[in-house]
Ligand binder design. Structure first.
Ligand SMILES: [Zn+2]
Ligand SMILES: [Zn+2]
Length: 346
């Protein structure tokens, strides 16, 4: 029995290859490979999306692979998804994000996971002298069904089980023979720099700008953007209490900022966190939010500052995918005509 497009109520949208890989690593099986005949989705005319179908727990899920990141791209992908899969009830935007370490509620560290309770499209608005004022600074809440689910999952019992499941999925071995899953890079690689400490040359005599970028308030030279913190000698770290169990990522529920920009300014980051109560920034959620009821679940791979690099992306994508699965498993579908494909060994 092959599945049809009407047998899918859960969609996942990922922008980066590392995010798609992490999500597929938590699938219990691939529907393209199971069933008799295996599932072969016929896309709606003009749907240019690329899909992978799979099973997670009792859910049939469809993963849409984006060709490029950003809000415009994710909006297009979400619109196409609805054409081919008319019964999708919830979309999960899963991947990596920038954390806001100076927020009012949580102590966020690299590898932690943020689940959206609200979203502010902070790049859409009026440009003032003192910064951009978003059109909707209060942000958008999800619908009542999703808000109810968020309330349930933040309750004491569900939260305990959510974390327990996520850590189990994170520790489970890769299904690709010979491959190990991404590991925590180490607490000594989780460097939060003081907001005023810029990513640039700090020593005299090494910068080609003839030392125009060595003082604290100097504009960083272009060459420094491609060098890492160790080479440049970035050193003013925020003194933080290390985690007792660093390989057990924590989950934080809160408000995402979404825009078409990679945030590399710690002063702008802190302003956004302060003024709009944001705890993370990302680049796809706003495109999906208005089209399909949506949760954003993302792992923190940097602190949205000029020191950021891509070293934490694979691990943060893996923690996000593990929490996504842990969050999805108790979700109940509206069963109209359930078709189940048995996957051997599951
Ligand atoms: Zn320089
Ligand atoms: Zn740096």
């Amino acid at each position: 029995m092959a599945l049809s497009v009407h047998d899918f109520q859960i969609a996942i949208i990922c922008a980066l290859k590392v995010e798609c890989d992490a999500v597929q690593a938590v699938f219990d099986g691939f529907l393209e490979e199971h069933g008799d005949p295996p599932t072969m989705i016929r896309k709606a005319q003009w749907d240019t999306n690329v899909y992978t179908t799979g099973k997670i727990g009792h859910h049939n899920v469809v993963l849409a692979h984006m060709a490029n990141y950003g809000i415009g791209n994710s909006a297009g992908v979400a619109a196409n998804l609805r054409h081919t899969f008319p019964d999708i009830r919830v979309a999960f935007v899963v991947g990596v994000c920038g954390g806001m370490p100076k927020n009012k509620t949580a102590d966020i560290m690299l590898g932690d996971v943020i689940i959206s309770t609200e979203m502010v499209e902070y790049g859409l608005g009026r440009q003032m002298t003192h910064g951009l004022r978003p059109t909707n600074p209060l942000g958008s809440r999800p619908n009542t069904e999703l808000r109810g689910y968020l309330n349930k999952m933040q309750g004491q019992w569900d939260m305990f089980r959510l974390q327990e499941r996520a850590i189990k999925y994170l520790a489970s071995p890769s299904l690709i023979p010979g491959q190990t899953k991404p590991e925590h890079p180490g607490m000594d690689k989780d460097n939060l720099f003081v907001s005023t400490h810029r990513h640039k040359h700090h020593e005299k005599g090494v910068c080609e700008s003839r030392d125009k970028c060595v003082h604290d308030n100097d504009i960083p030279c272009v060459a420094s953007e491609t060098l890492d913190c160790a080479t440049l000698g970035c050193h003013e770290l925020v003194n933080r209490q290390p985690r007792e169990f660093p390989t057990q990522p924590q989950v934080h529920f809160g408000k995402f900022g979404s825009a078409d920009k990679v945030m590399k300014s710690s002063t702008e980051r802190d302003r956004l966190a302060r003024e709009y109560s944001l705890i993370a920034l990302e680049m796809e959620g706003a495109g999906v939010w208005e089209k399909i009821p949506c949760f954003i679940i993302k792992g923190v791979c940097n602190y949205s500052d000029s020191h950021n690099n891509k070293n934490w992306q694979p691990y943060a994508a893996a923690t996000a995918a593990s929490y996504f699965k842990a969050f999805l498993v108790p979700w109940r579908e509206v069963i109209i005509n359930p078709k189940i494909v048995e996957i051997p060994g599951k």
